[in-house]
Write a protein that binds this ligand. Structure first.
Ligand SMILES: [Fe+2]
Length: 277
């Protein structure tokens, strides 16, 4: 197994390994890297849906896809779903289309968001479609004290109404008042469920609300937080190669996807792991 850090603060690339035949010691090394580096990029994996889920399960119990994404029924891999812009017989085969997906944490709008998100590139695009990641432990650690002080003890309401691609989820109403948006509330400074290391936990910018604050004041504070946590020094951009297997720690990272040419094919397989908390 060869390991290379992708930037000083986030990401480790792993080559020379087949995750299907990884022994316990090998997996422990990968798990440790995932916790420390927030994101692991395992190159050149050749997996079936069941093998993808089996690897995901080594991180913990798999969580079912969001209700809106139950587009694939595979008996051996019921927890897997597809992220894709491909349309077959007039129907999209997966979620999120080809537009930009804004900065977010996966499913932060539920009470216990996933610990690990697993994304496997089956068919990738090289013009756009890159995925950006940010280390929110690093963002918190180096945050200016006056900003951090204003966040201490605060919670954010994480809106559940829209996907990260900006689409209104089935059965949801458009949000006209962020203080009434459905979703979950989490501390802005949130300890990691395994390492206890604190991270900035922001979810996504759209329709967020700092609970208890006047909306204008909340918007201003959220803008400041987002301007800080998306600084280049905390980020890494992943340029996809076919058969890349990515696992990020959803408790300590944010991510976003760039838009890409709608006529190009991009097909990713996805599963996620339930948090221990
Ligand atoms: Fe995501």
């Amino acid at each position: 197994m060869e390991i290379r850090n992708l930037t000083p603060v986030i990401g480790a690339e792993i080559t020379g390994v087949d995750v299907r035949t990884l022994d316990d010691a090998g997996f422990s090394k990968i798990e440790e890297l995932w916790l420390q580096r927030c994101l692991i990029v395992v190159r050149d994996q050749h997996l079936t849906p069941a093998e993808l889920c089996a690897f995901g399960r080594r991180f913990g119990e798999l969580e079912p896809p969001p209700a809106s994404e139950a587009r694939r029924r595979d008996e051996e891999a019921a927890e897997m779903w597809i992220i894709s812009n491909v349309v077959e017989n007039g129907k999209p085969i997966g979620a999120l289309g080809s537009g930009e997906a804004e900065w977010h944490t996966d499913m932060s709008y539920i009470p216990s968001p996933p610990s690990a998100s697993v994304l496997y590139g089956r068919e990738v695009v090289t013009d756009g479609g890159r995925t950006w990641f940010g280390n929110m432990m690093a963002a918190l650690e180096s945050m200016p004290p006056d900003l951090r002080e204003r966040l201490e003890g605060r919670t954010i309401n994480h809106d559940a109404s829209y996907t990260s691609a900006g689409d209104l989820r089935k059965g949801m109403q458009a949000v006209t008042n962020v203080t009434a948006a459905p979703g979950a509330r989490h501390p802005v400074i949130r300890p990691h469920s395994v390492t206890a290391r604190e991270a900035l936990f922001t979810g996504r910018r759209t329709n967020s609300w700092v609970v208890g604050m006047d909306v204008a004041e909340s918007e201003k504070l959220l803008d400041e937080i987002w301007a800080w946590c998306t600084r280049d020094e905390f980020l890494h951009v992943h340029e996809w190669r076919p058969n890349d297997l990515l696992v990020w720690d959803n408790r300590s990272t944010i991510h976003r996807r760039e838009a890409f040419d709608a006529s190009a094919r991009r097909v990713m397989w996805r599963c996620q792991v339930r948090d221990v908390a």
